[in-house]
Design a protein around this ligand. Sequence first.
Ligand SMILES: Cc1ncc(COP(=O)(O)O)c(C=O)c1O
Length: 408
Amino acid sequence: MATNGERRYFEQLDATDPLREIRALFDLPDDRVFLNGNSLGPPPRETWNRLQEGMLRWRDDMNAAWWDHQWLQLPTVIGDRIGALIGAAPGQVVVGDSTSVNLFKLLCGALYAQSAGGRSVVLTDRDNFPSDLYIADGVARYVHPAATVRRVPAGEIIDHLGDDVAVVLLSHVDYRTGHLLPMRRINERAHAAGALVLWDLAHSAGVVPIDVDDAGTDLAVGCGYKFLNGGPGAPGYMYVAERLLPDFEQPVTGWLGHTRPFDFTADYQPDPGIARLTTGCPPLLSLLALDEGVSLTARADLAAVRAKSVALSREFIALAETRLARFGIEVTGPVDGAQRGSHVSLRYESAERLAEGLAATGFHLELRPPELLRFGLAPLHVRYVDLFDCVAAMEKLLADADHGGLPR
Ligand SMILES: Cc1ncc(COP(=O)(O)O)c(C=O)c1O
């Protein structure tokens, strides 16, 4: 039996990986290893065909394509497909604009829903993804002047649930450390304190089993281009629990959120369902690509995806600790796989130079300045052997660096 100091050990893990056949459905380069699928998932092979088909329909059917191919329904159709990946029954998820814009809409709606009770605080993790913090500040500044944003450490959220808190805004998985928050427990505690919770699922949907309905989640947003493989700039999505939907209001009241947009009436009347969250024409070609990414993601059993994600993280952390610690590299975030999402960040003082060196040897990951190297361990296409090879490449670069070998 090979040990985890040998490449053969990782080859054996790949040979028995129940997800190994799915990798072939991606259009991956032969000469590079894609370790940033948690930021931009690679293209599914089928996306080429789907986009070409969309182009042909656009050319041949022109404006009628919107009707002939049910293009206007795609935001809710794909929304339901994403819903199946995050445990939402149909009718509660819709694809919208970017995650940031979607977050703006839901945050405004949550504050509005809570305003009758005099609650006006947005309680959030001080290390939340910057766009989420900026949007919260922007909402407080420009839309709800009575609102304030309270930033506290993620581990202290529950201690700050006072009777002025309207909404708790959290990322399910921390974009830097990979720390996975306990959704159900936070929902329960927030609800007991009278607050709503708005989750950002950008780094968990498609890779961590989520059951938004069962966990009593109120509101959520997420990205289409990360683990859902929807492509660069793919639109994100919004979840509003059915129990909140009939009264849920959002401020960007465009015509496609209207109950009968093609009546062209002068006054706005929101759609009774999740379509009230939409605004204008959907980005059709991007939706087709997103649909392919979501369909590919949905082909895998999410329990197997999670099991491989935990195993990849465990192996990667063990390799980093045994082979890289002597160069001053540290693993960030929880070591326990149950408490992390599907990326691992390593701290290193010359992170940028090391990332450049790795890119030059074919390993593509991400830098989170100043000192973090973030490795996306997407179970649908990352192999165990990729991790062994990447750590071996890092070890070589770092050993050479002691002799001036890293790029300057
Ligand atoms: C956790 C998280 N939330 C939000 C966003 C922003 O997404 P968008 O560019 O679609 O607004 C990102 C982007 O990387 C993210 O990682």
